[in-house]
Design a protein around this ligand. Structure first.
Ligand code: OAD
Length: 237
């Protein structure tokens, strides 16, 4: 059997209607990254930052956002393998992989549908807006002590130990829909063993395309199922 690690980025959810981060104007839905995705930005203007993620959370919960064929192909692929042979690391904060049926998922940049206490770090499932008046779920007299459970620039991504252990031991590494601009995820391909089959799936070539053995160029909804078929042919399963 082969051990597989998949890394996904915003491109895998683009065809579900969730915009990617790096638009050509360098802005993330009209904002500079420093404004809405750093602890400093949150300290400077918490209302703006909370509202930014509130809008994203509402959109994710709207009926028009659904897992697409790429999410489904990854979930079906995982289901055909022993659980210990497959890890899906996602930089996305949406829940579309889990909704498609993926099981062994590490959301390394956090989850939009969770809130975190700024004082204690406790994490809570969260479907509503977060505001400066939101009561703490356990201590309702405390208001405005919650933030989105999102890893901002300058903060440590989640579950790095588990990720590192999977990367150094994998036979196949597939990077899907990520620009390769944000570390540490952009460096994962370099952590895989020399004999590992490294595959990139992207609409265009990314910043670290040269680190991969093969590339599948095009939309994730077409290329991910195509790649899974290629993997099955290669490994005869
Ligand atoms: P980016 O927006 O930087 O890159 C998206 C990538 O997806 C690009 O390389 C596109 O070419 C590709 N792409 C777009 N549509 C696609 C499609 N339909 N099929 C296949 N590929 C497609 O997003 P990420 O690389 O995920 O971090 O960004 C990494 C991190 O930077 C994010 O997790 C976020 C961000 O700032 C935090 O918020 C901490």
């Amino acid at each position: 059997m082969t051990k597989i690690v998949v890394l996904t980025g915003a491109g895998v959810s683009a065809e579900s209607g969730i915009p990617t981060f790096r638009a050509s104007d360098g802005l993330w839905e009209g904002h500079r990254v420093e404004e809405v995705a750093t602890p400093e930005g949150f300290r400077a203007n918490p209302e703006l930052v909370l509202d930014f993620y509130n809008q994203r959370r509402r959109k994710l919960l709207s009926p028009d956002v659904k897992p697409n064929a790429a999410h489904v192909a990854l979930a079906n692929w995982e289901a055909s393998l022993p659980p210990s042979d497959f890890l899906l690391i996602t930089q996305n904060v949406d829940n579309l992989h889990v909704r498609a049926g993926s099981k062994n998922v590490v959301p390394m940049h956090g989850e939009l549908l969770k809130a975190r206490c700024v004082d204690t770090g406790e994490v809570f499932p969260w479907l509503d807006d977060i505001t400066l008046e939101t009561p703490h779920p356990k201590r309702p007299d405390q208001l405005g002590r919650l933030r989105p459970h999102i890893v901002w620039f300058g903060e440590m991504p989640l579950e790095m130990e588990k990720i590192g252990e999977a990367l150094i031991d994998c036979d196949c590494f597939v990077s899907i829909g990520t620009s390769g601009k944000v570390y540490p995820a952009a460096g994962f391909v370099q952590m895989t063993p020399t004999e590992c089959w490294r595959v990139e799936i992207n609409l265009n070539s990314s910043d670290n395309s040269q680190a991969f053995d093969d590339s599948f160029v095009g939309h994730a909804t077409e290329q991910v199922p195509r790649f899974v078929d290629a993997w099955k042919k290669r490994y005869g399963s």
